[in-house]
Ligand binder design. Structure first.
Ligand SMILES: Nc1nc2c(ncn2[C@@H]2O[C@H](COP(=O)(O)OP(=O)(O)O)[C@@H](O)[C@H]2O)c(=O)[nH]1
Ligand SMILES: [Mg+2]
Length: 254
């Protein structure tokens, strides 16, 4: 007798279920969480989802494929093929060049031509040889600066950008930096800070040594820091800074 479609689905169900369980690479905690959610979902849709044949083969195949992908993902991590993810906060006064710098660090096909003043913040991504950076590009405008602290816990590194030609506001930049360094979510952490003394192409720009003096960077004793002179429009000085940041983050992770 030729089995009906429902009978075929019933017969294939244990096979898919077995494969799904065998390839389930989620952590036990995640699995428990998902199971809880699944139970709630099943109960809310009862009785239609209570019987195994209510699961369509398509859904099971999809679950199976997702688990296989998860397995590959884990394998890539174990083999060191997957880049480690790191969250970075990009801070500094408005108009210092934060967005321009982050834009320049992205792959050329992802770069935007028009840099507009950042409202609130934006999340950007770029990769280096061994890390995958997620950058919180925070607005430096006075009214948005109180947003910064909500992301301090999240950040594993900081990029602080200074407009080296803006001597008038250097003292404001120093105040913001001091507030940052004294914040409870930053103060006791060995979080690396990369300073970009940006806009070096401008005639009025002071040297990176001068910027570091004006900001009293020599007083930062409990965190690794580094200052790079940069011209974000040409992309000069950016790679040196990011290489330093990558080394620091990797040293912290090991
Ligand atoms: N001359 C010069 N202008 C820059 C440089 N970096 C950024 N800018 C300009 O400074 C302005 C503000 O840049 P933006 O990235 O929006 O600053 P943000 O407010 O810190 O994000 C824009 O007009 C940029 O083109 C630089 O290295 N040199
Ligand atoms: Mg911006």
């Amino acid at each position: 007798m030729v089995p009906s479609a429902t009978q075929r689905e019933r017969a294939s169900f244990p096979v898919f279920l077995g494969l799904t369980v065998l390839t389930d690479v989620r952590s036990p905690r995640e699995r428990r969480r998902r199971r809880g959610r699944g139970t709630r979902l099943a109960l809310s849709r009862a009785p239609s989802l209570c019987s195994p044949c209510a699961y369509s083969s398509g859904t099971l195949v999809l679950t199976y494929l997702i688990n296989i992908m998860g397995l590959f993902d884990k394998l890539a991590g174990w083999l060191g093929l997957k880049k480690k993810e790191v969250h970075v906060l990009c801070l500094g006064l408005d108009n210092s060049g934060k967005t321009t710098i982050i834009n320049k660090l992205k792959p050329s096909n992802a770069q935007t031509q028009d840099i507009v003043p950042t409202i609130g913040f934006s999340i950007e991504k770029f990769k280096t040889s061994s890390l995958s950076f997620t950058v919180f590009d925070m607005s430096g405008q006075g009214r948005y600066r109180n947003l910064w602290e909500h992301y301090y816990k999240e950040g594993q590194a900081i990029i602080f950008v200074i407009d080296s030609s803006d001597k008038l506001r250097m003292v404001v930049a120093k105040e913001e930096l001091d507030t940052l360094l004294n914040h409870p979510d930053i103060k006791h952490r060995r979080i690396p800070i990369l300073f970009f003394a940006n806009k070096m192409d401008l005639r009025d720009a002071v040297s990176s040594v001068k910027v570091s003096q004006l900001l009293s960077l020599e007083n930062i004793k409990d965190k690794p820091w580094h200052i790079c002179a940069s011209d974000a429009l040409k992309g000069e000085g950016l790679q040196e800074g990011v290489d330093w940041l990558q080394d620091q983050i990797q040293a912290l992770k090991t």
